[in-house]
Design a binder for this molecule. Sequence first.
Ligand SMILES: NC(=O)c1ccc[n+]([C@@H]2O[C@H](COP(=O)([O-])OP(=O)(O)OC[C@H]3O[C@@H](n4cnc5c(N)ncnc54)[C@H](O)[C@@H]3O)[C@@H](O)[C@H]2O)c1
Length: 382
Amino acid sequence: MKTYRVAILGCRGRGTAAARSYHAHPRTEIVGLCDLVPELLETLGDELSVEARYDDFDRMIREEAPDIVAIPVATQLHYELGMAVLEHGVHIDVEKPICTTLEQADKLVAKAAEKDVRIAVHHQGRTGVPMRAVAEAYRSGAIGELRYVHASGKGYYGGYGLLNIGTHSLNAMMELTGSCHSVTALGRTGGHTTGPADVVPSPNGMGTMAGEYLTATLAFDGNHTGTLLQHRFSKVDISAYSCEFYGTEGRLFWGSRSAGILRVPSDVPGGKAWEPLPLVNPDGYDPESSAAADDYGYVDEYVNALDEDRPHRCSGEVGRHVLEIIMGIFESVATGKRVDLPQLLRSHPLPPWREAAGHGPTPDMPTPYWDWLAAEDERQGQ
Ligand SMILES: NC(=O)c1ccc[n+]([C@@H]2O[C@H](COP(=O)([O-])OP(=O)(O)OC[C@H]3O[C@@H](n4cnc5c(N)ncnc54)[C@H](O)[C@@H]3O)[C@@H](O)[C@H]2O)c1
């Protein structure tokens, strides 16, 4: 059985999480670390006993010949670094969302196909412990036929929540629903319907976005309908970040750390109550290790996918489809119309909307979320 050689490009928070899970998996070996910040390389290299440390990823890839390069860097760098790494003909594991426009996503997917390698997008919720429990219950017929899905974010400003958290929810829900063929969305900002002046840069370099409160209706290929809420709350509330699947025989609940089932009859006097679903760690996962179980499950899926010469369940194509849904939501907010997917419009729909209304380019805004939010409140006159 092959051991996959893995290099990590970016050794801060997400790079450390990725490195710990590749280190913990018996079929992957970390052969190189790269960062521009020497202290990060030292800390992670010492923790995982990796001596091959670089500040130049091209040299790292040439010298260490990895099979997979993980690219856990800020979102605005995903495209540029993803393309540069794919050029070496290696598989990549890029953080979510895949990148900031569909034009970029198309080029990444095409480059991987040209080089005959795979892209996995780090949506570890889909291969994580709660979703494994939900998917298993669904496949065993526990809620009968799926009818519709409801998902909420955790209360970030809507457009940012969509790019940051909605990307996970959309990818995870597609484990049960399959692909989405159209979206319709409503945006509210500062107490009015979101307008072109509300198109702003996202915090944390996730591209351009609009909408403080986003409400989207999603139509899936299997005739299931979904609602996705990304509403700003007065306080971030992690417990709201969840997805509920409604079936003919009951409901399934997916939370970031829990899973449950509600069997019919429910919601009636004397009806049944929610029951927790047993959470089972991925095979081979050691809870005593420093790796998170969901990241480990995502690595395990990559190993199996590469062994079987098939895409990861969180593949580049799926990551691109998630971005199609996100961009479709923004386009629908701008046009007030349904957007059919995959859309022909591959450039970002929002900047031209703003410019056509005479508001010029998007304003400069701070990058860190809480500073960004203070600036946005000031823009709205709050
Ligand atoms: N999957 C999840 O649950 C999850 C959670 C949080 C964030 N994210 C995603 O993770 C990404 C951000 O990760 P982070 O917070 O660890 O990023 P970060 O920006 O804090 O760190 C990135 C590191 O990469 C290094 N780097 C950047 N360019 C480089 C280059 N050319 N060569 C060498 N090193 C380079 C930087 O020096 C930095 O240390 C975002 O895309 C975000 O959406 C995912």
